[in-house]
Design a binder for this molecule. Structure first.
Ligand code: CMC
Length: 395
């Protein structure tokens, strides 16, 4: 066939392919700073360990999106606006009732988040009030959507948020229909702080690409939710627990790792494009898990996780592969009584704040993303009539 002899034509040398855009700066950002060699993470210049100890999730969200910690008046106003916008329209709830109950909660969340664009479609993205309202709506409603789908798929009606409960306590209440223990609610709030932002990871990049087209913020968040869902990204927290359940006991950890490494399988919850040491969030989440075990009793899977980490250190450590944020978060959520397939939606509840911070930042100096490619296909082919074609190649 014509054209085959000139396929894979050389491209100009100036085009250096960088798969996964590794090391390619595509934006300037003042939101979050990662030191992958030291294992240090800061939001707007504040260390995450200090934020997780002293701040609330909503205070951290304000910091990420507007660049400064709120005054007490600003925080009160922000919290009360969020509290007022937690409810979902009956139309959204009815739409969610039509979702298949066997569907993954991340897919339900992506669809529900996108549906908000139908209700608030004005794209006044240069109007600070529009931006503030969109931020409030998304931060307020995303947890309600996650909790609503959880009850709907069990055949129940979603319950209304409780105005007297703070953000994380209210989420646990909507999910379990019980007022949570204050320690459990505080631990969840601290988890949300730790997951809120992490520079240009895949979902945040997705959010910025979508934002760069000047579409509405609901489409920005929906595209980011879809990207977060994959097992190489936010979906890994669910897979870690599945892996620990498969390993079953600490004495099987080492042989499991040997087999996985031999088969060139990825160990879920290990490795990171940015960190070459243990992820600082993994250390903090491990301490939160221990705090919960001290209060509510131990989880036997924790011993398995520790055995995996111990066995993995000599095998994967020399390649800079250590536990990441997803390795211990599932153990925390499990102890809070949260089902496995809600771990990634909880990651999304938190990361909405980082995505929105990047949405604002992208709009402040926007240029539509339009990278290039290196074409490797065929050239100058001649169209052949159907009866003259000898074979069909399917990709
Ligand atoms: N287990 C075993 N080997 C690994 C792992 C792992 N978890 N991660 C990386 N490697 C190896 C990989 O096989 C490759 O080896 P070689 O050079 O011999 O071919 C080398 O390390 C480089 O791997 P890579 O996949 O090219 O590295 P990356 O920077 O593209 O990947 C990653 C980063 C997070 C996608 C990867 O480490 C991974 O797939 N980890 C497991 C999934 C996971 O835990 N994801 C959560 C990431 S953190 C939170 C988030 O982003 O949501």
């Amino acid at each position: 066939m014509e054209g085959l002899d000139i396929e894979n034509k050389q491209q100009p040398n100036s085009l250096n392919l960088r798969p996964g855009l590794e090391g390619v700066p595509v934006a300037q950002s003042s939101i979050c700073d990662i030191d992958g060699e030291k294992g240090d993470l800061k939001y707007r210049g504040y260390s995450i360990s200090e934020l997780a100890e002293k701040s609330s999730f909503l205070e951290t969200t304000f910091l990420l999106i507007w660049g400064e910690l709120p005054t007490s008046k600003q925080l009160k106003e922000f919290e009360s606006q969020i509290q007022m916008h937690r409810r979902l329209s009956f139309r959204v709830r009815d739409m969610m009732k039509c979702f298949p109950e066997s569907g993954h909660p991340m897919d339900a969340l992506q669809s529900s988040a996108a549906s908000l664009g139908l209700f608030y479609s004005r794209r006044a993205i240069d109007d600070p009030k529009y931006i503030y309202d969109a931020v409030v709506r998304l931060i307020a409603k995303i947890p309600t959507m996650v909790a609503a789908f959880q009850l709907i798929r069990k055949g129940q009606d979603p319950i209304q948020p409780r105005d007297d409960l703070p953000y994380s306590a209210n989420f646990l209440y909507m999910l379990t229909e019980k007022e949570p223990d204050p320690i459990a609610a505080r631990v969840l709030d601290r988890c949300l702080i730790l997951h809120a932002e992490h520079s240009l990871n895949a979902s945040t990049f997705s959010a910025r690409v979508t934002a760069s087209t000047l579409t509405d913020p609901y489409a920005v968040i929906a595209s980011a939710v879809g990207t977060l869902a994959g097992p190489l990204h936010g979906g890994a927290n669910e897979d870690v627990i599945k892996m620990l359940e498969k390993i079953k006991s600490p004495d099987r950890a080492s042989s499991f790792l040997d087999q996985a490494i031999k088969n060139k399988e990825k160990i879920m919850g290990f490795g990171h494009r940015e960190y070459k040491v243990k992820d600082p969030r993994a250390n903090l989440l491990q301490s939160f898990a221990e705090e919960l075990f001290a209060r509510f009793g131990k989880d036997e899977m924790y011993d398995v996780a520790q055995a995996v980490e111990q066995a993995a250190t000599p095998k994967l450590g020399p390649k800079g592969i250590y536990p990441n944020v997803d390795f211990y978060s599932g153990l925390v959520y499990r102890k809070l009584g949260i089902p496995k397939d809600l771990f990634t939606p909880i990651f999304a509840i938190s990361r909405v704040s980082g995505w929105l911070a990047h949405w604002r930042e992208q709009l402040s100096a926007n240029r539509i993303y339009r990278p290039t490619q290196i074409y490797t296909g065929k050239h100058n082919r001649t169209w052949e009539p159907l009866e003259e074609r000898s074979s069909i190649t399917k990709n």
